[in-house]
Design a protein around this ligand. Structure first.
Ligand SMILES: [Zn+2]
Length: 612
């Protein structure tokens, strides 16, 4: 081991997009920077462990020993020799490196360490976990499973070799760790968000590699020169959309479309239309998610084109491809960081796209007050508006950012030092300020997380914050809901009543039949027998509290557990078949992410009703 301080990062080779994207017969490779660590065979590191076990063939491919540094990587890996497609040791490196890169991107953006949602330190990763044109994140299995399948040319296609697929699945795991409630049925937007944001982060991760942008620009260029130059007319937003978005979509292995749902092509094809989200087709979660992807990618193209417009001297017609590509990579990185930071500024339940937009604008403004160089906030606002997504109604009218927290709050009885780390102290703050913060004492309240963080802008500007999340739940009868001005679908009330009567009849019959119930069951059933009005429906609420470094509340982003969103939510859940009138009390149908993802691989569009 060398003397002196250990390096914090290391360079490592990965496939830039997937094995089908090539230059001069070689797979296009990229060198990325990831946190440095001393791996053991597996590889197993401090945040993940590769377990190369195939559950389809029940074969274990052994623990892989990775090269300790870039210089020790086999030549074939660095050159992109097509034979690496069959090299399982390289597969392990590719998966490991991209997952660590994604995790590091989240930790940088959020300014703190990230845990996995399942409470363990290491994520399990199976690079060849099953024979399937699919990959998924599973909370239950505490890991990521990548499939492989026969390709059209008799070869084998490995999902663990696709940059966007690996980052997409890792992003699901990270969103799940930050916002566990986003998997609950709530609204069409929330159902679409997990998939949409996973695609956004995955595509921006691909475009943040200048190697990829350079190659896409070179294919389109009309000027032949060395060093490579590109003409200004090939750098308009329309030309960039064609070369970068469609160009990459065309090159991505077509066989992989099952696994990734072809989000890039679909979203690139979605031309701006403010009424898109109102159309029936776009209530299906994956289609709706593509609108979010389109809005972000459209902003990327415009911000990049505007940046190029400022390059060089006035009247200059040609630009070095490398320089143009590097500028695009910077814009992609900025947007990616902005959207990851946004997660901290989003309500923990009942997310809608306008909230996501206001969260992104606020998160970015807090850390990068000066946006004059890239104007990403302006491009995001304009692009989202062109797809009909405006900032939240409760945001500041001109900027679209969240309004500051109420000024009149009581801090007297709260200890700042414990507020930074202690859930009970945060709960006390909520309790002391329950009226000002619309935290309803009639609902069960729980503080889910308390996280201190230090965010660093690209200019080195730092912001110290503390982020706490809380959650509220209440189960109300129809009469109680109506009293709180939450409207309940009529057909649902009817179904609830019928179910109630049927359940009552079943119980009465069971009670009348000797020996059908034991003593305990009898005691449990008896109290409900006579009361028809006991059927309850769950309503959820909650918020995120963002404190500054002095312990003052800066922002409170929340949804009132008895608020106006509940009526729309109940009606959406009922109409989409996710609210069941059952066993005397309403239930929400649970959804498993892996199940959703599998469905998408088959063909989500054929089963729109089952998407969630
Ligand atoms: Zn997904």
């Amino acid at each position: 081991m060398p003397n002196g301080p250990l390096p914090a990062t290391r360079e490592i080779s990965v496939i830039a997009q997937d094995p089908s994207v090539r230059a001069n017969g070689k797979i296009l490779m990229a060198k990325i920077s990831i946190p440095a660590e001393d791996l053991i065979a597996g590889p197993v590191g401090y945040r993940l462990q590769v377990v190369d076990y195939d559950s389809s063939s029940r074969a274990y491919h052994g623990a892989h020993e990775l090269p300790a540094e870039l210089g020790k990587e086999p030549d074939a890996w660095q050159r992109g020799d097509p034979r690496i497609v069959k090299d399982y040791r390289f597969h392990a490196q590719n998966g490991y490196a991209l997952i660590m890169k994604t995790l590091a991107g989240f930790e940088f953006a959020l300014g703190r360490r990230m845990g996995w949602s399942f409470g363990r330190h290491q994520l399990k990763v199976a690079p060849h976990g099953m024979v399937d044109a699919n990959a998924f994140y599973s909370h239950q299995e505490e890991g990521l499973v990548f499939g492989y399948f026969p390709g059209q040319r008799g070869d084998t296609v490995y999902t663990c070799l696709s940059h966007d697929v690996v980052v997409h699945e890792t992003t699901h795991a990270l969103i799940d760790a930050l916002r566990e409630r986003y998997l609950d049925p709530s609204s069409p937007d929330q159902a679409a968000f997990h998939e949409g944001l996973a695609d956004v982060i995955a595509l921006l991760s691909v475009f943040a590699q200048h190697e990829v942008l350079e190659k896409l620009l070179l294919r389109q260029r009309t000027v032949k020169a060395s060093p490579a130059l590109v003409d200004r007319k090939d750098l308009t937003p329309e030309a960039l959309r064609d070369s970068a978005l469609f160009g990459l979509a065309r090159q991505m292995g077509r066989e992989m479309q099952g696994a990734r749902g072809d989000a890039l092509r679909h979203s690139a094809e979605l031309t701006p239309d403010p009424n898109l989200l109102e159309q029936d087709e776009f209530f299906e979660p994956h289609r709706r998610g593509e609108v979010l992807v389109a809005a972000v990618m459209n902003a990327f193209i415009h911000a990049w084109a505007a940046r190029i417009g400022e390059l060089g001297i006035r009247g200059q017609r040609r630009f070095p491809v490398r320089r143009v590509a590097e500028d695009g990579a910077v814009v992609a990185e900025l947007l990616s960081t902005m959207w990851i930071r946004a997660l901290d500024y989003m309500p923990p339940v009942h997310l809608e796209f306008p909230d996501a937009l206001s969260a992104a604008l606020t998160a970015d403004l807090e850390v990068r007050p000066d946006d004059s160089r890239h104007k990403v906030r302006q491009h995001i606002r304009e692009s989202f508006a062109s797809y009909g997504i405006k900032p939240a109604k409760t945001s500041r009218p001109a900027e679209g950012t969240w309004k500051p927290a109420p000024e009149k709050l009581s801090y007297e009885r709260v200890r700042f030092e414990s507020l930074r780390t202690d859930k009970d102290e945060v709960f006390r703050f909520l309790w002391d300020n329950r009226d000002a913060l619309e935290v309803r004492p009639g609902a069960y309240t729980e503080v889910l997380s308390v996280r201190p963080c230090i965010r660093v802008g690209i200019d080195g500007f730092t912001v110290h914050e503390m982020v706490a999340e809380y959650y509220q739940v209440a189960r109300l009868t129809v009469a109680e809901l109506e009293k709180k001005k939450i409207s309940v679908p009529k057909a649902y009330v009817r179904a609830l009543r019928e179910e109630q009567q049927a359940a009552r009849a079943r119980r009465a019959k069971a009670l009348a039949t000797p020996g059908s119930l034991d003593v305990l069951e009898r005691a449990e059933h008896a109290p409900f027998l006579e009361n028809d009005d006991q059927a309850t429906t769950p309503v959820y609420g909650g918020g995120v509290l963002i404190f500054d470094e002095y312990g003052r509340l800066k922002f409170h982003v929340h949804n009132d557990v008895f608020g106006s969103r509940q009526s729309a939510r109940l009606s959406y859940l009922w109409e989409s078949g996710q609210l069941e009138a059952r066993r005397g009390s309403a239930r929400l149908r649970g959804a498993r992410l892996s199940a959703i993802h599998r469905l998408r691989a088959i063909d989500a569009r054929r089963f729109p009703a089952e998407g969630w």
